[in-house]
Design a protein around this ligand. Structure first.
Ligand code: AMP
Ligand code: ZN
Length: 476
């Protein structure tokens, strides 16, 4: 049977489109990376899981992928939609009395570790830093200036969005409404509210930690120009796929597209892909500024392996918001451990179940339908096929999903989070003083967090609850 065609949902057209590469064998993929003034949180990591899934899906379809994920270490302002406020990296370095390199190094190192523990492929991927491409950014701004797309204000060089006809397309922006909005008119020196900084002048009175000579004086690049410059330099003027979180659609990606296409008169990107947010409490975006975030390290400290988070993310479609909670990550952890335990208990060297393989490709090629692909795994496990064949088939799927890991079985099984141990201690104390109601209440709390507690002649025994079907139920 022929493979079903690979389709991606393109934010530009607001529909699923059949993927046709520019070069028949090699696909260019650019993903907006972290701003390294702090540790990346697991909301950010969803966007890199998306990038990884795009890469793995392309590889599943026999394409070679040229992948770039940038590291933002200059120009990302605290109010990035208005081009005002402070440079996030510069501000943090000053506050901690460090150089930018000193500040960013641990965050960058941790970022790579997080990618690794989330099973995000990095072989062959380029991770360019914005500060290593300043000349390319200046050259690009000069091209835009020569072509008449820029103007100067007292604080920098700006891109004139009224000169790029297609500006509103990607974000479905209502520019007339923006232009009439008096809040913008009062707060900006820009000609149109949507215009954005390409180059910002340094303040004459204070030297910045990071500033460069340019044809317009000493200063630093705006945030958006780095992605255009690095994408064009490393992957060419016209690339296949660009990804990021959905907050990038209306501003960052609209701006990247405007400046790139204005400079080259070519299409910049064929397919724009965006992930929805990780939320907390059912509605709020997980964000550094909201102080409602977890990092991968935080998860590990509570006994949730990074792969449990990857599994959780894949149980939802990437374009649907996903709520993160202690209950959902605990359920994901337990399901994933059971899954790994079962698969690695089966014999090796089985045959792949071809009907299931075809179904898997159909789901994955349909805009990366990971919830259905994961449900298929559980369906296979419930069949009466030979266990070796089940294992072989699911291991084949794992080339795309990346959720199998033999270490997970031994390692996490005996890790009981500190929080649970401490609740169990409280329960012991309540039992000692004969407060059975209180002991029962604590046991319920422990169960709510995904663990059971049994009293044996050798003392208490804590283990995790089997959630396999519960998880499927949640996501179907
Ligand atoms: P930043 O480090 O802020 O530049 O963001 C890195 C990536 O994470 C971008 O693609 C953002 O769109 C994405 N992102 C930020 N917050 C979330 C969230 N809560 N859920 C999913 N993606 C996010
Ligand atoms: Zn970007």
């Amino acid at each position: 049977m022929d493979k079903p065609p690979l389709k991606f949902y393109n934010t530009l057209s607001r529909q699923k489109e059949i993927f046709t590469p520019i070069d028949p064998n090699k696909v260019g993929l650019y993903s907006c990376g972290p701003t390294v003034y702090d540790y990346a949180h697991i909301g950010n990591m969803r966007s890199f899981i998306l990038s990884d899934m795009v890469r793995r899906t392309l590889e599943w379809n026999n394409y070679e992928v040229n992948q770039v994920i940038n590291i933002t270490d200059v120009g990302h302002l605290t109010n990035d939609t208005e081009d005002t406020g402070e440079d996030k990296v510069e501000r943090q370095a000053r506050a901690s009395g460090q150089t930018v390199a000193e500040l960013t190094k641990p965050f960058i190192d941790q970022f790579f570790q997080d990618l690794n523990s989330l099973n995000i492929k990095t072989t062959g991927t380029a991770f360019p830093k914005a500060t290593d491409y300043i000349t390319d950014q200046i050259n690009l701004i000069q091209t835009l200036e020569t072509k008449g797309f820029t103007y100067q204000t007292s604080d920098g060089i700006y891109f004139d969005t009224s000169k790029y006809e297609k500006y509103s397309e990607l974000g479905h922006l209502n520019l007339d409404a923006q232009n009439k909005d008096s809040r913008h008119a009062n707060s900006t020196k820009k000609k149109q509210p949507a215009d954005f900084a390409l180059w910002k002048f340094s303040d004459e009175t204070t030297a910045r930690l990071q500033e460069w000579e340019s044809p317009w004086g000493i200063g630093f690049p705006g945030w958006h120009i780095e992605c255009s410059a690095m994408s064009m330099k490393l992957l060419g003027n016209h690339i296949d796929i660009h990804t990021g979180g959905e907050d990038h659609v209306a501003v960052h990606h609209s701006n990247e597209r405007a400046q790139s296409e204005s400079a080259t008169s070519e299409t910049f990107v064929n397919y724009w892909l965006h992930n929805a947010f990780i939320t907390v409490g059912g509605k709020d975006k997980m964000a550094k500024s909201a102080d409602n975030f977890y990092t991968v390290t935080d998860l590990a400290a509570k006994g949730w392996p990074a792969l449990a988070y990857r599994y959780l993310v894949l149980t939802a479609h990437y374009r649907s918001p996903l709520n993160f909670s202690e209950e959902s990550i605990t359920a994901a952890k337990n399901t994933l451990i059971n899954l790994n335990q079962e698969i690695f208990s089966y014999p090796e060297d089985g045959d792949i179940l071809t009907d299931y393989l075809e179904k898997f490709t159909e789901y994955i090629n349909d805009d990366m339908g990971t919830p259905r692909a994961i449900a298929l795994i559980h369906e296979i496990l419930s069949t009466t096929f030979k266990t070796a064949d089940k294992r072989a088939t699911i291991e084949k799927f794992d080339e795309v999903l990346g959720i199998l890991d033999e270490n997970l079985i031994n390692k996490t099984d005996d890790i009981i989070p500190e929080e649970i141990e401490s609740l169990a201690d409280d329960r012991d104390i309540a039992r000692e003083r004969g407060d059975w109601d209180q002991a029962d209440l604590i046991r319920q709390q422990i169960e709510l967090k995904g663990y059971t507690i049994k009293d044996t002649p050798n003392g208490r025994k804590i283990s995790h609850i089997d959630y396999i079907n519960l998880m499927l139920y949640y996501n179907m």
